[in-house]
Write a protein that binds this ligand. Structure first.
Ligand code: ZN
Length: 285
């Protein structure tokens, strides 16, 4: 039912086996193994298909898992070049099957973590990749480091038949979406929703319910979609965070979701969780 990207991986991550060097070595060298090539959030395609020739013999290629026909998938980082395609563009242009995007998300987030965590956070020595990409080990002090995921709450806040949507100045003109913000340590998802909405729009939120989530690999977020019930209506915008925030009537939001708004306003792209969340908030009323 969902149109959002990154939520249905066809791969078995095979976590019990990826820690076994013999298993990983066999998968690296197997002729049927597929290897993605990424540079940042761009990916190598060939004839509008993923480029998957096997060069996983390089030790820094990361194991992603096994597909349903028994092929192993790896990913490795390459130097940027102008022939690579941004993952966002691949999504918008529907160049690849939707299930593939979960593989891209896994690959992009893991590669980014390795590229930006080459040194031990405890002692500063260079660390080495371990467990086929799911751990970095420091041989100087013995510390182990694990890939990170950064939780972000994203929330459709409603008051009766109205929805609170905002926009950032960096977004395409006319696009409004659900408010969002990074969770802080020691915070519940519900508390993060209430804090962010109060900070950014001055609105007090009462009841909060979980709706859905979406990995967002730019570079390594988990978007946690929530629906909040507003207890106040007077908006006070934090201009450092938002260019605008407004209450939209239900009928207007439906026009925005369908790209039929008379003033050209839109609500985020169907591949993003905000789109699903806004729809869910409207449908539940
Ligand atoms: Zn160390």
């Amino acid at each position: 039912m969902s149109t959002i990207a990154f939520v249905s991986s066809p791969l078995d991550r095979n976590a019990n086996n990826r820690t076994k060097p013999d298993f990983v070595a066999e998968r690296r060298s197997h002729p049927s193994t597929k290897v993605l090539q990424l540079a940042g959030d761009t990916i190598r395609l060939e004839n509008d298909k993923l480029y998957t020739a096997n060069d996983a013999t390089e030790a820094e290629a990361i194991y992603l898992g096994e597909d349903d026909v028994g092929h192993a998938w790896f990913a490795r980082g390459i130097a940027p070049n102008e022939t690579l395609k941004p993952i966002r563009a691949v999504m918008i242009e529907h160049l690849l099957p939707k299930a593939t995007f979960s593989i891209l998300a896994q690959a992009r987030s893991l590669l980014h973590w390795h590229e930006s965590h080459g040194f031990c956070a405890k002692c500063g020595a260079k660390s080495v990749m371990s467990d086929a990409g799911y751990r970095r080990h420091c041989e100087a002090c013995g510390a182990d480091h694990f890939p990170r995921t950064d939780p972000v709450v994203i929330m459709a806040v409603r008051h009766g038949q109205k929805l609170l949507l905002g926009r950032q100045s960096s977004w395409p003109p006319g696009m409004y979406s659900a408010l969002a913000g990074f969770m802080e340590p020691g915070e519940t998802m519900e508390a993060a929703v209430r804090r962010e909405v109060l900070e950014e729009a001055g609105i007090t939120v009462g009841a909060v319910t979980y709706a859905a989530c979406q990995p967002w690999p730019f570079p390594s977020s988990l978007m946690i979609g929530m629906i909040g019930e507003a207890e106040s209506t007077e908006i006070k915008i934090d201009k450092a965070e938002l260019e605008d925030a407004r209450w939209f009537e239900r009928a207007e939001v439906e026009l925005m979701l369908n790209n039929k708004h008379p003033e050209g306003l839109t609500a985020s792209h169907p591949y993003a969780i905000a789109h699903l969340l806004i729809k869910t908030a409207l449908d539940a009323k």
